[in-house]
Design a protein around this ligand. Structure first.
Ligand code: C2E
Ligand code: CA
Ligand code: CA
Ligand code: CA
Length: 275
């Protein structure tokens, strides 16, 4: 990662002052956003491919910027990670997602994304335990989503951390599967409860036999390892039909529901809040 940083600094050299100044300004604004309650969670439904039943929701963070409007996570998570703000932000996300899901009926699962930096802090299992206790959410309802790069920071530590988190009763999904360098090695060595097939595979599926063959192979892999597979980025009926034919377990994507604020999910009738 160090190498990448120096390369990007070279790349930005002509306007480096501006670059650094903008990042610093954004980091300061982001700290303020957290304090002023400008962060928000949107929820995106995850459904059973076979029956269409709702299985759970993924929490996706948003920044309601007073001037810029709704800022997507791709624009501020990197800054949060660079500045260390990802720790308080991640804590806020976890707490808010758990507290919200604890009020849902039926008791759907809630999936929360973890940054590599959060995963690298020794206090994470304690934070999760405390958050579950304080929000009253059952551990089985929480699923944490990690990417392959998170695991690779320190494999031995990661394995230890994964086991400790799983011991709390929380499940762990491998996010963006198929985009990393050694997806198979990761599956062989780490006890994941779910594979989330990256949405880049879905894009080509309708006209590429190769993409379909790869998806079929990944589903077969999941099935022989007894790890359910969720396909991300489902946008068309044809994609969903193909997944059904191939025996994929769960799906997520704009076709099934866009990420939306809690209010609109509740008013849409998908979730009832407990009194
Ligand atoms: P991700 O975890 O892979 O989340 C899925 C992303 O795909 C979301 O983008 C979602 O809006 C988008 N998406 C869902 N269905 C479709 C579809 O059918 N088509 C297309 N084109 N896109 C779809 P979003 O919300 O902008 O989040 C981007 C990334 O930011 C996430 O990717 C995740 O890596 C990160 N992120 C989001 N929330 C958090 C968070 O609370 N903590 C951390 N550490 N990272 C987060
Ligand atoms: Ca995710
Ligand atoms: Ca993903
Ligand atoms: Ca991603």
């Amino acid at each position: 990662a160090k190498g990448d940083v120096s390369r990007s600094i070279c790349f930005y050299e002509p306007s480096m002052d501006d670059f650094v100044r903008t990042r610093r300004k954004l980091a300061a604004e982001l700290r303020e956003a957290l304090e002023k309650g400008q962060l928000d969670l949107h929820y995106q439904v995850q459904t059973s491919v076979l029956t269409g039943e709702i299985r759970g929701y993924e929490a996706l963070v948003r920044w309601r910027h007073p001037v810029r409007g709704l800022v997507p996570p791709s624009d501020f998570i990197p800054i949060a990670e660079e500045s260390g703000l990802i720790l308080p932000i991640g804590e806020w996300v976890l707490r808010t997602a758990c507290a919200t899901a604890a009020t849902w009926s039926p008791p759907y699962k809630i999936a929360v994304n973890l940054s590599p930096i959060q995963f690298g802090t020794a206090g994470l299992p304690d934070l999760i335990r405390r958050t579950l206790r304080e929000t009253g959410l059952d551990a089985e309802r929480l699923e944490l989503e990690l990417t392959e790069s998170t695991i690779f920071v320190d494999r031995e530590r990661s394995l230890h951390m994964l086991r400790e988190i799983k011991r709390l009763g929380v499940s762990i999904a491998l996010d963006d599967f198929g985009t990393g360098y050694s997806s198979l090695d990761i599956l062989r060595s780490f006890p994941f409860d779910k594979i989330k097939l990256d949405r880049s595979f879905m894009r080509e599926v309708e006209d590429s036999p190769t993409a379909r063959a790869i998806i079929r192979a990944i589903l077969a892999l999941g099935s022989s390892l007894k790890i359910p597979v969720l396909a991300e980025g489902i946008e068309t009926d044809a994609q969903l039909a193909l997944l059904r034919a191939e025996g994929c377990d769960e799906a997520q994507g704009y076709l099934l529901g866009r990420p939306a604020p809690l209010d609109s999910i509740v008013s849409g009738g998908q979730i009832t809040l407990m009194p």
